[in-house]
Design a protein around this ligand. Structure first.
Ligand SMILES: [Zn+2]
Length: 192
């Protein structure tokens, strides 16, 4: 188990396109396990490999879990979770997008900022699992949003790229400033 540091905007690795994964080996299994630990620790509902500094087309998502008794968790005892449903997407490709909806998104790499982004309501995705087997998935709801957000990451795109240039540069300068003194994050928004 390893919790990895998460890169924040405007780090260059978040701007690069991740490479297709060809080796479905023990190293990939370790990476996915560490990414899940990092996502649950953050906590977030999704994490792409770019966010931990690796240019590999790997993303993890869990839109189902809840954190138990986070409020009283002031000692080093591990946090408790319920209903974990980890999903792993290797080399995901969105093949179809249907509908459009605004969704208030946050990102573990742009901590503390939440903005409406226009996303498709439903997506079809082709991806490989950790063993290299290909699957297709029709996703709706938060899973559809998360998939679009994570595939954006793998293409070097952030949710702030869907905003106006003025808003984006404002957020960039604030993130840079806050990086030095620690971020204030919201419990009431979704971070991916
Ligand atoms: Zn993100």
């Amino acid at each position: 188990m390893a919790i990895l540091p998460i890169n924040t905007f405007p780090d260059a690795v978040l701007r690069q396109r991740a490479e297709e994964v060809a080796d479905f080996d023990a190293a990939l299994e370790r990476l996915v396990s560490d990414m899940l630990d990092t996502m649950y620790d953050a906590p977030g509902v999704g994490l792409a490999a770019n966010q931990i500094g690796l240019l590999m087309r790997v993303a993890v998502i869990d839109v189902d879990y809840e954190i138990e008794s986070d409020e009283e968790n002031t000692d080093p005892a591990p946090r408790k979770y319920k209903g974990k449903n980890p999903r792993v997407f290797v080399n995901p490709v969105i093949t179809k997008r249907t509908g459009a909806t605004p969704f208030k998104e946050g990102c573990l790499s742009v901590p503390g900022f939440y903005e409406d982004v226009k996303r498709a309501v439903e997506v079809d995705v082709t991806y490989q699992d950790i063993k290299g087997t290909t699957h297709t998935l029709h996703a709706t709801g938060l899973l559809a949003i998360a998939l679009q957000h994570e595939v954006d990451h793998l293409d070097g795109r952030l949710f702030v790229d869907h905003l106006s240039p003025i808003k984006r540069s404002l957020i960039q300068s604030k993130v840079k400033k806050e990086r030095a003194r620690g971020f204030e994050r919201s419990k009431f928004h979704v971070e991916l």
